[in-house]
Design a protein around this ligand. Structure first.
Ligand code: 5RP
Length: 241
């Protein structure tokens, strides 16, 4: 399944393989999106085909759904599942409190809904994703298309109120078209450099009409499995405050 991997892919694969071992027979599992989550889906597919593991999975994007079906995983909708035992997903950044930036791959809305509807969220990430303070990675914010330029300005006003002086919000593009999420929405990426109060920012962004969700995942993650370039892993359980 792996062939010759770069250190970064070795780290992603190692974290994903460890997370796949947590999954037990009969579980309903949320499947994340991105290159690390794709390794997880392949590892789970291998367990399903080789050992007869019986699971039902809810993917967080159309592309994860396609991959999951390809590797033999039973895919159901969140409405069918109603609630999940576990969600395993990647992240763009995680801090020491287990707060995350997600949405680099554009799937933040379904990812947040699925993670919230789970007894446990496990994040799988290579060690470079660990930060002291969130924000070096641009924060994705999903907006509905109606009046998105006005919504973007309202978001910028919130940032000014919070004292973000050096900020830059950029509409995500797909070639020469505005990027569309699986829900048909747009994304703006906020270049904030440092987000010292992620809880406050997440709450204020969600109050702007037209904002569907932000990529700040606060108090959502229960465990981070960190992968390293030599194939080692570290499992960190997050103490919720
Ligand atoms: C997609 C995400 C991904 O989990 C995040 O972008 C990490 O991706 P990768 O595993 O490819 O580094 O949030 O919306």
């Amino acid at each position: 399944m792996t062939g010759e991997l770069s250190p970064i892919d070795t780290a992603k694969f190692a974290a994903a393989r460890r997370a796949a071992d947590i999954v037990e027979n009969g579980m309903q599992v949320g499947l994340g999106t991105g290159s690390t989550a794709a390794w997880l889906v392949r590892c789970l597919g291998e367990r399903v085909c080789d050992t007869g593991l019986q699971i039902k999975c809810v993917p967080t994007s159309a592309r994860t759904a396609t991959l999951a079906r390809e590797v033999g995983i039973d895919v159901i909708s969140l409405n069918e599942a109603k609630w999940l035992d576990l969600t395993i997903d990647g992240a763009d950044e995680f801090d020491g409190d287990g707060h995350l930036i997600k949405g680099g791959g554009g799937a933040l809305l379904w990812e947040k809904i699925v993670a919230t509807a789970s007894d446990r969220m496990v994040v799988i990430a290579d060690s470079h994703k660990k930060v002291e303070c969130l924000g070096a990675f641009p924060l994705p914010v999903e907006l509905i298309p109606f009046g998105w330029e006005t919504t973007k300005k309202l978001v910028e006003q919130v940032l000014i109120t919070l004292g973000f002086e050096e900020q830059n919000s950029i509409l995500r593009m797909n070639g020469d078209q505005n990027y569309r999420t699986d829900e048909g929405n747009h994304i703006i990426d906020l270049h904030l450099h440092r987000i010292p109060e992620p809880r406050q920012l997440a709450s204020l962004l969600n109050q702007v009409p037209g904002v569907v969700e932000s990529g700040l995942f606060v108090d959502t993650c229960d465990t981070v499995i960190v992968g390293f370039g030599d194939g080692g892993v570290e499992v960190r359980d997050i103490e919720k405050k």
